[in-house]
Design a protein around this ligand. Sequence first.
Ligand code: NFE
Ligand code: MG
Length: 504
Amino acid sequence: MSRIIEMDPVTRIEGHLAFRVEAESGYIRKAYSSGEMFRGFEIILQGRDPLDAQQITQRICGVCPVSHGTASVLAQDMAYGVHVPKNGRLIRNIVLGANYIQSHILHFYQLSALDFIDIAAITTYQGQDPNLLKLKNWVTWQSSTNVLYPGSPFLPRYSGDYVDNADLNITAIKHYLDSLEIRALAHQLGAIFAGKLPHVSSFVPGGVTEQVSAKKIAACMSLLNRLRVFIDTCYLPDVIAVAESFPAYFDMGKGYDHFLSYGVFPEFESRNDTFLPGGVVTNGVLQTFDPSNIHEYVKYSYFSSGSGLSPNKGETTPSPEKSGSYSWIKAPRYKDLPMEVGPLARMMVAYLGNTNPAVHAAIDPLLKKTGKQPGDLNSVLGRHAARALECKIVADQCAEWVSQLEPDKPAFADFDIPESASGYGLTEAPRGALGHWIGINDYKIERYQCVVPTTWNCSPRDDNDIPGPVERALEGTFLKDPDNPLEASRVIRSFDPCIACAVH
Ligand code: NFE
Ligand code: MG
């Protein structure tokens, strides 16, 4: 028997996402991803001073603003032909690294863990931890008749096969609460050189406007130590515990075997030499990445502008009544193929490229323990594992970048804005490959285009009717109870969607 299931809105993600799936005998046959709002940043930027771009584009998102700031200053570095000094490069890496740490921890504890961990277990908590007792009172709060959803934002939820081990549930719920404070520490780490967060003040073309001092270096190290302890003793063990409780999810949510990473965290003054490398994996084979192979399609998106355009010629003309469309997200493709982006893509590219020993040191024990090949990580649990391991790799490397800072040396190089110029900035946001393309004329922004991680992952079908990566990953998923499509939400959330970013 076939039926249509609407998941609208998909909750515990950022932004406004809906999924419509067609299921037959419980198996999802087709899925449709809808980004449900238009924002218009690419239009807002036109005609403005180019130096506004890294500030305005950061407002695309409150979770990954550092990445938008990074992509924007990289695009302008290229347009102005300015070479960022070592301190500037390292500070950009440290602030972005701090953002990865808070974002990955946020995704696991606040957004995804409650797909697996039984939050209702808190109602039977008998211990004395004051924070857990407060949470117990909150979740069991039924007294007020004018509360629509008692226990929100935790309840109601889809019913299903949550963890039934009381110790694991309570430990993970405690770490959920602890992680809120840990994420604040990650923001403090970034703010040392960002000026403030979540939106960075100090990023400018040519480097950053903060100076390096011994005091700031010591403050970074102190915060990093605490963050690394949490990652090693809470985040990684909790992901492993969830994985051991739900081994079937190593075989669920498999997407295309196509992965894209632009590369991130420049290691030397050359922007192409990055700590996590760029590359493209198609059907298990690693190839070099060439940005001229990116095109964006809009057959099923609410835009009347041209389809199949390269981002340096991209257009954004909204058309909310366009017939046949079902999303405000465009459909980017690489050589006309849908690409999964994000931590799994970065780990896959780095592992196959064999250029970063830290990636092998993190992934090999996981493969050994699970008896898997790298290609088998293409799954719900593979995405969670890759994100957690990447968090550790980046936090460890942040300490290395901090140790390389040189007090009292410059962090900024001056430049002139040419009357006309163009450039692009390719980086990796926590959720994957992020690019900004800028065109300047008469000292003003003439065009600005963003191709964003969740634009790749949550894209609708393209002009060849090929589904986007999350649409594809849902196909074949078995729903035990179509009224409670918990399995589908686990697949969707494993990609860590941000629709605020995707529609920009
Ligand atoms: Ni709005 Fe973003 C996406 C990430 S792009 S969260 O998609 O990570 O910088
Ligand atoms: Mg765009």
